[in-house]
Design a protein around this ligand. Structure first.
Ligand SMILES: [Zn+2]
Length: 313
């Protein structure tokens, strides 16, 4: 049984508060663990969430403002301290190379683990060797260069047990059908197409600090899970535009237009004492599964959509 969920480690923009840690999110996706934007205190939040350094297979940074990367020195050193047995891929805007190097070399430590770096300079797919998904980076609009990320599982097919039963197929015959693509059963050749249905791949997008721009819509299009910043409310939309951020209303409208199935709002300004306003504003535009992120919550990817013609289970 695969496990796909977002573990929220922190939800505060700019400064941590008593209730909200700096940003940080771990996406568990089968055997992968993608750590997005580790801010200060991410190690401690991982301990609370039951996440170990070994769970991290990739780190993806949207940009080099402190609330999105000040946790990186601790994470990199912890990966080494714990002698994580696999290489860790790290994605970040190429223009921030100097900051990346400083963060990775902030203090003395014994570097043993391989960090495979992937500086990103343009929109498009990035190398994700061994992953069960494609990873795409798309530029956002922020005072410093920023990229959002989209994770997409290739579309596939799944066997429909009812169709196997209807044909009387089982055991080794099913194995042969899967490996060869056809099997002769009771004098008839059965093809894989007869017993399978399309299985749409799952998709997730991570959209942090940005104004509304084409990239936001591109990333969000048709995703199962959209994690998106909602630093402000519509009443502060001028501030949001000036500082390169979104409002809850804007984020919700993006999600609605994109057909996102679960919407996670996060990265909240400390100016708001409660997030009731964010929930109400978002709910006016988006009627799907809305989550106002809290630290240490776990949000599962919604179950796969069934194709319209599917008739199994
Ligand atoms: Zn920023």
């Amino acid at each position: 049984m695969s496990q796909r969920e977002l573990i929220v480690l922190g939800t505060a923009s700019q400064v941590p508060t008593k209730l909200r840690n700096h940003n940080g999110y771990l996406l568990r996706w089968d055997r992968e663990g993608v750590l997005f934007d580790p801010g200060e205190g991410t190690q401690r939040q991982m301990a609370y969430a039951g996440v170990s350094a070994t769970d991290i297979t990739r780190v993806a940074l949207t940009h080099f403002h402190g609330d999105h990367c000040l946790g990186l020195p601790g994470i990199v050193q912890r990966i080494n301290l714990d002698r994580v047995p696999h290489p860790v891929d790290v994605y970040y805007p190429a223009s921030g190379e100097v900051y990346f190097q400083r963060l990775c070399n902030a203090t003395v430590y014994n570097r043993t683990v391989e960090l495979r770096t992937h500086p990103i300079a343009a929109s498009g797919p990035v190398e994700a060797t061994g992953a069960p998904f494609t990873l795409t980076a798309v530029p956002l609009s922020h005072p410093v260069e920023a990229f959002g990320y989209r994770i997409a599982e290739p579309d596939g097919h799944r066997i429909v047990p009812e169709r196997l039963r209807a044909l009387g197929l089982r055991g080794p015959a099913v194995g042969e059908l899967q490996s060869v693509g056809t099997v002769v059963h009771q004098g008839r050749t059965i093809t894989l197409d007869e017993v399978t249905e399309p299985r749409p791949g799952q998709r997730m997008a991570f959209v942090m600090d940005t104004r509304l721009c084409d990239g936001v819509h591109e990333l969000a299009s048709g995703v199962d899970l959209l994690v998106i910043e909602a630093t402000f409310l519509d009443a502060e939309s001028e501030l949001a535009a000036e500082y390169g951020h979104l409002t809850a209303g804007q984020a919700a409208r993006v999600a609605a237009e994109a057909g996102a199935r679960t919407l996670v709002l996060t990265h909240f300004s400390q100016r708001y004492r409660t997030l009731d306003g964010h929930r109400a504003e978002a709910a006016r535009h988006y009627d799907g599964d809305l989550v106002i992120a809290e630290d240490l919550t776990r949000i599962p990817l919604p179950p796969r959509l069934r194709p319209p013609t599917g008739n199994a289970r």
